[in-house]
Ligand binder design. Structure first.
Ligand code: GUN
Length: 300
């Protein structure tokens, strides 16, 4: 029997196209503003996954001509010191975007630190003011991963209106903002999370036209949980060792099995990941442009 395989929702070529457009935009804006856009990524401690993400972000900035003002702090840094650094960057006119890489070590309060970022420089869209704008349907800086998911779905012209969407995971980084964005696109949204009983998760997922998972649990979603023809968006990032002892990145879904049931599937890696970085660059350029036009000029 030959079954129709799911279409891959490929983030890489789309990310390359958008980054190419942003590069041109940066060049034009640089001429007008007399300086490059600037992004500060703050990282605390030695979480290897975070270090890799931060490196990727800084490399992507470099390719586009965005200046990096990031800093890496030892995990002995105090809350006051971290907040003082954020305040300093808020006042630094060369810096258009500030991102605190999450998770932070346990002794630091991420929610409190996010309050300190000036909302107009909050390129992660995690300040209460930007999250509040999202809830109210106002314009504002939007969280990068969910914004990347929406852009990817849009590029493949997948209509979401009146469809049943399930979002699994309720973090402020992904699950909650994604649910709000799907709602804004007129989907009927259900949220599931760690306290959703497995039998309920199965029932909701079997009904979902759009199934998004951002949990960090390999094989959480198996083929029999997927509605035939559904759009499956895998936002999980799990580093595992395969049978040959090689490190591999996999998502939350059984990709091989689900490819035979779903209509569309984002690969891991190469699906949502490249879109996240791209949306960060886009937010940084948008913040640069907004500040340029608001101030009429940039202060030196
Ligand atoms: N950790 C993993 N992904 C992200 C992200 O997009 N932003 C921040 N701040 N931390 C992360």
């Amino acid at each position: 029997m030959t079954s129709q395989m799911a279409q891959r929702l490929d983030g890489k070529p789309l990310a390359t196209t958008i980054q190419g457009e942003l590069k041109q935009q940066v060049e034009q804006l640089k001429t007008k503003a007399g300086r490059s856009p600037g992004l500060a990524v703050l990282m605390v401690g030695d979480n290897p996954a975070s270090a890799l993400y931060v490196r990727n972000k800084e490399r992507a900035c470099e390719k586009l001509g965005i200046a990096s003002f990031g800093q890496h702090f030892p995990d002995t840094i105090t809350q006051d010191q971290l907040e003082a650094k954020i305040t300093e960057l808020n006042q630094d006119n060369r810096v258009d975007g500030i991102l605190v890489q999450l998770p932070l070590p346990d002794h630091l309060d991420a929610i409190q630190a996010l309050y300190c970022i000036a909302p107009e420089k909050d390129v992660d869209g995690l300040h209460p003011s930007n999250l509040g704008r999202l809830v109210r349907g106002e314009r504002g800086l939007k969280s990068c991963t969910p914004a990347g998911v929406m852009r990817l779905l849009d590029a493949y012209q997948l209509s979401l209106a009146s469809k049943k969407a399930l979002v699994i995971g309720r973090s402020i980084l992904v699950g909650k903002p994604l649910a709000l964005m799907l709602l804004a696109a007129n989907a009927t949204v259900t949220m599931a999370h760690g306290k959703t009983p497995p039998e309920d998760l199965r029932e909701f997922s079997q009904q979902a036209d759009i199934l998004c998972t951002a949990v960090g649990q390999p094989n959480l979603i198996t083929p029999e949980m997927v509605k035939p023809g559904a759009i499956v968006v895998d936002i999980g990032m799990n580093r595992i060792q395969d049978e040959q002892g090689k490190n591999r990145l996999i998502g939350d879904v059984d990709a091989d099995g689900i490819a035979e049931v779903a209509g569309y599937l984002t690969p891991v890696p190469g699906g949502v990941g490249p879109m996240t970085v791209t949306m960060l660059l886009q937010n940084t350029v948008a913040s640069f442009e907004q500040r340029f036009y608001e101030q009429g000029r940039f202060d030196p």
